[in-house]
Design a protein around this ligand. Structure first.
Ligand code: SF4
Length: 473
């Protein structure tokens, strides 16, 4: 029986990290919370090391007793190579994560043990078995609860390497069932949406230094009772935070006002498509028949910036979809937009449908990055889709459109915040690269916090036809 162990936890770099399109800043945003959460279950005698290959060099010359690797689709091939390397050296290798849960047969030959589903219950069960020399080949999540979990091992996170070290997750999963989403596959066989106890979530927030927080929950407003209590508890904490919500939750009751009062300053919203048929195809019921414009106006009236998510390549899309979407996003003053080429991830309803229809082109997971077309398209051809997607990014983030979208707000401060946030995010790549190289990313936090400061509706309204950015082309 092992008394104490050397445990190495690895988040492998995406294959795309080597692609010319890779933006280092995009992968230096959030620390690997999932692994730091699992680390909290290890025995205090164990020596745990956590390496995130996106932001630091991985030393593979060591000989840990146990190696734990988090696998998602575009890092899968790299993860398998690392797993093989450590197994050849005699380490015991565990693989888990979204991709392993979707394709256990693929992952199995590379691991001693694989984990299916969320780890909070099956990981401690494995650790017990492992220490007794009795570990099983497959550990499946049986019970779903995060009511009682130990505090995340944030001491293992190298905060200075991330722009947003204060990321936090207070729930697991989501109440919805979009057919392109991993969620149903990952949570299959049990509860697929559950939250922490409010007190525990507030205690975790309290442990985080500074003001800024980023909630990485799929749907922060998904459980109304929990969200109301959370926002109530956060009111006096003087935090500013970002998170994600659906359109229907923004429109329902006064939850969004409560969130704004607690410090919500920017929200990620999955608009996905402006076409009803596409929403139906995607089983995106929470968007069907919803007034996008009313949700946007409500957010703006609360001074909340919007990051809209859009998917191109659904079957009802034609070649006009790109311009239509970008114009709509600019005219509705979305601060940032995230565009995706539809990607059928294995294990999802979308993948299964496409496979039945013979539409999957290949299983080269490196290209399942939402930037490549990996399926037979319907309403527009493959080149049109790829070119349109690239054009949408260029167009939305042109200085002209950033300025135009910023100018849609009726309060000057919102206009300035919008311009600084969108411009800063997409137009200062050399600065971001420099900050990453000099390991000074978290020095940018005070700036981010000031951009996320409150927009007060009593602040001066914008004088008509006066641009605060006269020099912008
Ligand atoms: S709302 Fe988002 S997280 Fe929830 S199922 Fe749909 S895509 Fe997935």
């Amino acid at each position: 029986m092992l008394i104490s162990m050397k445990i190495k936890m690895i988040l492998p770099a995406l294959t795309e990290a080597k692609s010319p399109f890779w933006r280092p800043i995009k992968y230096s945003l959030f620390p690997p919370l999932g692994l730091a959460t699992l680390a909290a279950y290890c025995h205090q005698e164990d020596e745990v090391v956590l390496t995130d290959e996106h932001v630091e060099e991985l030393n593979t010359d060591d000989e840990p007793d146990l190696v734990v690797i988090q696998v998602y689709i575009t890092n899968a091939f790299r993860a398998y190579r690392l797993a093989n390397h450590y197994r050849a050296k005699g380490s015991y290798v565990c693989l888990g994560g979204l991709h392993v849960t979707s394709l256990p047969e693929e992952a199995m030959p590379h691991a001693n043990t694989i984990f299916l589903g969320p780890g909070e219950e099956c990981w401690p069960r494995f650790l017990k078995d492992f220490k007794l020399g009795n570990a099983k080949k497959v550990h499946k999540s049986l019970e779903r609860s995060i009511d009682v979990i130990p505090p995340i091992r944030r001491d293992l996170i190298k905060r200075h390497l991330y722009l947003v070290p204060n990321s936090i997750v207070v729930s697991r999963g989501c109440p919805h069932h979009c057919n392109f989403c991993y969620k149903d596959a990952f949570f299959e066989g049990g509860k697929s949406f559950y939250t922490q106890q409010v007190d525990a979530a507030l205690a975790e927030i309290d442990r985080l230094p500074g003001r800024h927080l980023y909630f990485l929950d799929d749907h922060l407003l998904g459980n109304q009772k929990f969200a109301i209590a959370l926002f109530e508890g956060m009111k006096g904490m003087k935090r500013v935070f970002q998170g994600a919500s659906t359109i229907d939750a923004i429109l329902r009751g006064d939850l969004i006002e409560k969130a704004a009062e607690a410090g919500l300053r920017s929200v990620f919203v999955g608009f996905e498509t402006l076409t009803n048929g596409n929403l139906v195809q995607s089983n995106k019921k929470q968007n069907i028949g919803k007034d996008y414009k009313a949700a946007i106006d409500r957010l703006h009236s609360l001074g909340i910036m919007i990051n809209g998510s859009f998917v191109f390549g659904l079957d009802d899309d034609d070649k006009n979809v790109f311009k239509r979407t970008v114009d709509w996003a600019v005219n509705n003053a979305l601060t940032t937009s995230t565009f995706h080429i539809l990607t059928p991830y294995p294990g999802t309803g979308l993948y299964n449908n496409m496979q039945e229809q013979g539409r999957i082109l290949h299983n080269n997971w490196d290209l399942y990055d939402t930037r490549h077309v990996v399926y037979k398209t319907a309403g527009l051809d493959e080149e049109e889709l790829k070119e349109g997607y690239d054009w949408a990014y260029r167009s939305f983030y042109s200085w002209k459109n950033i300025a135009k979208a910023s100018m849609q707000h009726d309060v000057i401060k919102h206009t300035i915040k919008h311009f600084a946030y969108a411009g800063g995010w997409k137009k200062f790549e050399p600065l971001w690269n420099f900050m990453i190289k000099t390991q000074g990313l978290n020095k940018m936090l005070p700036l981010l916090e000031s951009i996320l400061s409150k927009v007060n509706r009593t602040q001066p309204a914008k004088p008509e036809k006066l641009s605060p950015f006269p020099a912008i082309a």
